[in-house]
Design a protein around this ligand. Sequence first.
Ligand code: BTX
Length: 334
Amino acid sequence: MKNKVLKKLKSAEGKYVSGEQLSEYLGVSRTYIWKCIKELREEGYVIESSPKVGYKLTFIPDIINSKEIMTERESKILGKNVIYFPQIDSTNNYAKKIAQEGCEEGTVVIADLQTSGRGRLGRKWSSKNKKGILMSVVLKPEISIEELQIITLAASVAVVETVKELIGIGLGVKWPNDIILDGRKVCGILTEASMEMDKINFVVLGIGLNVWHEKEDFPDELEEKATSLSIYMKQKSQLNDIIIRRSRLIIRILYKLEELYDKINKGDLGSITTLWKKYSVTLGREVLISVKGEQHSGIAIDITNEGKLVVECTDGSRKEVLSGEIYVKGLLGY
Ligand code: BTX
């Protein structure tokens, strides 16, 4: 009921809605409406009330929850079912567990804090309560194992385009899974797949985006390597001009991801790599790659349709890298 009251107030777009209208519309007493308003205020919503006129919603706090995302979602499948945790070890762990138990495709797991957030190759992903987006999406893509990388690239494009659209900041993508702002990492993507023989059972796509972090919210070792949308906006004195809501970011990321995911399932991987190239801060740059334990330096010249990085090495050879670590000159301290 509280959510219905909230929906009605939101749809009034900053205008008053009378208590009488609300109670008639929802078929409950005005005392009950008052109770819902009180609860919403306790959650951080600012609702003005005026005798005889009613209630007006003037501020929506940056809270994330399942209902908000499910009811306002713009995507069809992704986010139809959202599971929220105030705190969890890792949204990817939980998403893998429910995927194994057969959850619906498009199920999203979100959290305000992770106690054991994971990066690739056993690394950690650091988080601070309510400051970022920590989400995992269960997918069942119709692609081969060799094409798996395309999911990471599509997620990168969805994040970059959403941040541009809602906040106006241009982010860059560093192959294979980092999103860069001002030379630092603002977002990481962890794509994990369950496979059997040569078939993908499911994929869990994890996205960690730093939104409200202050410098001191990151561990010391990340001071020079990590940033958040708000640190950048403060530097540019833009923070007061734009309202950031994590739920809006999530809804739009899911919407854009779904568009790209549809293309992937239709076999159109080329349009994902074309978009990815547009935002790349990897191509054309000097890189250091590690292939089978050996390091090679060269210039990143292209990515293949499945998302492999093509590097022209200084020894004259050309290498295609499917996964692993690369260092790009000028980024993240290299
Ligand atoms: P990665 O292995 O490419 O990056 C991990 C590295 O990034 C760490 O070793 C550290 O140097 C740096 N790092 C750690 N935390 C942060 C941060 N908050 N901001 C910037 N840099 C950081 C990247 O792996 C993939 C991360 C995916 C995270 C999501 S969150 C939701 C889902 N659940 C989960 O456990 N992981 C994913």
